[in-house]
Design a protein around this ligand. Structure first.
Ligand code: MN
Ligand code: MN
Length: 300
């Protein structure tokens, strides 16, 4: 009895101290977890600059200089497959979020791209003058306005294409502006733009080529836009219900008879037209779902 009483006398205060310690530890860890969780959330909502080629290389372009018509050109601001025979890109791929957007002025510095290997035809700004076609950006100037260097990169002639002025300044531009609006509204976007076919209608009528055949005039310009709320692990967040906007617009003076939404199509249609595999980094099952659906979302 005496022994038991002594035992109880010691254990009771010990139990109380232990319990108090446990409560303290629990509340401390809970507070810490709460802090950590908050930290993760705040990095998730901050827009960043991601890999311009994250969704894949649609034409398996390479940096082999012999591969002149599917030559991979990677810049900090965008990546492209350049086509020397056509004098323009097959496609340009870039990531868009507000992190890429700032207050840099439009430089209007249309420079020849000296990143092309020796032996490639150098396209100059003057090759477009008087042709009736605009020097149309594939990666838009306003999508790269965080720094003057970023903006200047969009004016390299490898990023230019002969667009009918009405397409460049209206229908095509309206979709560009809508993409930036989506970014401002809290999204990040992966965008691929390019062209296919031959023969467009510019200010001076129909043309198959300009600059003495150095530049092919495409019959159509296409664009694919994958829209995600700003976050991390982008590829993993692309699901069957991710919004994907695909368009195919004729390179004609009367393209503005309709606004951009009218020209929506499926990615599958563009893959059939170009022979490329777009969004190839996305799991095949998800590609099948998102590439077969025509976007019906808002247009402004
Ligand atoms: Mn433009
Ligand atoms: Mn695909």
């Amino acid at each position: 009895m005496k022994k038991g009483k002594l035992f109880n006398g010691i254990t009771l205060p010990v139990i109380i101290v232990l319990a108090a310690l446990m409560v303290f530890r629990y509340s401390h860890t809970a507070a810490k977890n709460k802090k950590a969780k908050h930290k993760v959330t705040s990095t998730m909502i901050a827009a960043g600059k991601d890999d311009n080629l994250a969704l894949g290389n649609p034409s398996h372009a390479t940096t082999d200089e012999v591969n002149k018509d599917n030559y991979l050109l990677v810049k900090a601001q965008y990546a492209m497959s350049y086509n020397n025979s056509k004098g323009m890109a097959n496609w340009v791929s870039w990531h868009l979020s507000t992190a890429w957007m700032g207050s840099a002025d439009r430089c209007n510095c249309f420079n020849a791209d000296d990143a092309l290997p020796v032996g490639f035809t150098v396209i100059k700004s003057s090759n477009y003058i008087g042709t009736g076609f605009d020097r149309g950006h594939l990666c838009p100037s306003a999508d790269r306005s965080a720094t003057p260097d970023d903006n200047a990169a969009t004016f390299l002639m490898t990023n230019m294409s002969p667009q009918s002025p009405v397409l460049n300044e209206q229908t095509w531009e309206h979709l560009e502006a809508y993409c930036r609006q989506l970014a401002i509204q809290g999204n990040e976007l992966y965008i691929i733009a390019g062209a296919h076919g031959t023969g467009g209608i510019g200010k001076k009528g129909h043309a198959d080529t300009i600059a003495n055949g150095k530049i092919n005039v495409p019959s159509h310009f296409y664009k694919i836009v994958v829209v995600l709320p700003v976050g991390d692990n982008d590829i993993k967040r692309i699901t069957n219900s991710t919004r994907v906007i695909a368009v195919d617009m004729p390179n004609r003076y009367d393209v503005n008879a309709y606004d951009w939404g009218h020209y929506r199509c499926t990615v599958d249609q563009l893959e059939a037209e170009t022979g490329y595999d777009f969004l190839s980094a996305v799991p095949v099952k998800v590609q099948k779902a998102i590439e077969s659906v025509k976007d019906a979302g808002p247009v402004n």
